[in-house]
Design a binder for this molecule. Sequence first.
Ligand code: NAD
Ligand code: UDX
Length: 465
Amino acid sequence: MKIKNICCIGAGYVGGPTMAVIAQKCPHINVTVVDINEDRIAAWNDENLDNLPVFEPGLDSIVKEARGRNLFFSTEVDKAIDNSEIIFISVNTPTKTYGKGKGMAADLKYIELCARQIARVSKQDKIVVEKSTLPVRTAAAIKSILNNTGHHVHFEILSNPEFLAEGTAVNDLLMPDRVLIGGESTPKGKEALKALTDIYANWVPREKILTTNVWSSELSKLTANAFLAQRVSSINAMSEICEKTGADINEVAKAIGMDSRIGPKFLKASVGFGGSCFQKDILNLVYIAKSYGLDEVADYWEQVILINEHQKQRFSDLIVSTLYNTVSGKKITFLGWAFKKDTNDTRESAAIKVADSLLSEQAKISVYDPKVVAKQIYSDLDYLKTRSSEENRNLLQVHKDPYEACNQSHSVAILTEWDEFVSYDWQRIYDNMQKPAFVFDGRGILNKTELERIGFVYYKIGSGA
Ligand code: NAD
Ligand code: UDX
C-alpha cells in the first residue's frame, strides 16, 4: 500500500511534535494536522516560531523545515480526513469529570466524536490509528462506530501509543526506545501494520518497531506509565524515610540504581510527579481493574497516586511548619510552575497543589517560571475553585524576573528543576530576602554547602543530613 497523505486529528503536545517529525523524516508524504481549536492552529502557523503552542527544544527548527513543504496545520478536519489514507487520532482523553467513573475513567467523548466524523466523511478505505492513550479494548468501540455508520468503506484500526516525554519530545521521537504498533492478524490487518511500520522505518531501525495484537498495545501504554509513575512514588516514599533517618535520597538512588536489574533512570526524588499522563492513566488503570472486579490490583496501583498526593502536601506542610507555623501574609517565592523542566505545560504540576495549600494558609506567593505565562498560572488556580479568581490574583503575583520574584521574600521554593535556577546569583537573592532566609528545594538541584555558606536555611527533599 502506497501512503501519500496522512492526517492527525488533534494538534496538541503529541499530535504537533509527532507529525512534525514524521513530516521531516518522510518528505514524500503529505502530513496535515487538524484541530477544532482555531487559536491553536493559528499558533502552529505563526510566522514567529517562538509562538508555537507547544514549547519543545528543537521543535521550532523541524517545523521551520517542513511546514508549507509537506507539513500543514489546518482547521479543515473533513477535508484532511477525506484526503488521507491514514488518520491518526491524537485528541485528549482526560479523566471523566461527570457521571459513571467520574474522577477515574478516561473520558472518551472526543475519541467517539472523531470516529463518527471519520465514518461520516470517508468514501474510501482508511487506516485509523489510535495515537491517544486509551483504555484497553477501546479499538472495539471505535470499530463498531466506524462499521455501523457512514459509507461502509473498510476501516483497519491500529493502536500506536506514543511514549514521548515532554521536554525531550523531539529526541524521543527521533530516537525512540521502541515504536509499538498493535493490529489484527488478518490479511488486511497485516497490510495496515506494514504500511505504518514502513513510515516509521524511514528513520527508526526495524528491530525497534514492535508489532503486537491491539489489546496488548493499548494495555502496554497504560502499563508503561504506571511503572514509571510507580518508580517516582517509590523513590518519593523513600525520600521521607531519608529525611527522618539522616540518609540522603540521592545517595540511596545511586546505590540502588547501580544494580543493573533496577537501573539508574527515573529515580529522582521530587515534590511529586505531574504532567497530563501519569495520574490520568493510573486512575484509568485502577478503574479498569475495578470494573473487572480486581480490587487488590486496583488498590495496589491507587497507592502510587496516594503517595504522590502525600508528597505534595508534606512539602507545603513543611514550609508552613518551618516558617514558625504561620505563613499568613508572608511572601513565598516559587521558582518554577511547569510540571518539569523544558516544557511550558503545567497540567497536574505539583506547583498548583502546593500553591493552593499555601494560599489557603494566606501566604502571598510570587512565581517565576521561564516558560509559563501568568494567564496559565491563574487559570490553573481558578480551575480548582478553592477561592475566587479575584482572591487568587490578589494573593499570587507572577514575575518576569526571578530576582524581582525573590525580593523581600521569606522563603524560596523550587518547584521545577529548570537548569537556569542552579546558576542564579544566590548571594544576590539572599541579600534581598527577609531573614532568616529559607530555601525549600523540592527538586534537589541546588548546592547545599554553597547555600548554607551564603547563610540560607536550606531544606532539600529527601535529605536528612
Ligand atoms: P492536548 O490536549 O494537548 O491536545 C489534544 C487536541 O485535540 C486539542 O488541541 C483539542 O482541541 C483537539 N481535539 C479534541 N477533540 C477534537 C476533535 N473532535 N476534532 C479535532 N480536534 C480535537 O493533548 P495531548 O497532550 O497532545 O494528548 C493527546 C493524547 O496523547 C492523550 O490521549 C494523551 O494521554 C496522550 N499522550 C500524551 C502525552 C504527553 O506527553 N502529553 C504523551 C503520550 C501520550
Ligand atoms: C510521561 C512518560 O514518561 C512518557 O513516556 C509518556 O508518553 C507520557 O508521560 P511526561 O509526563 O511528559 O512523560 O514526563 P516525565 O519525564 O515522565 O515526568 C513526569 C513527572 O514525573 C514530572 O513531573 C517529573 O518531574 C516527575 N519525575 C520524573 C520525577 O519526579 N522523578 C523522576 O525521576 C522522573
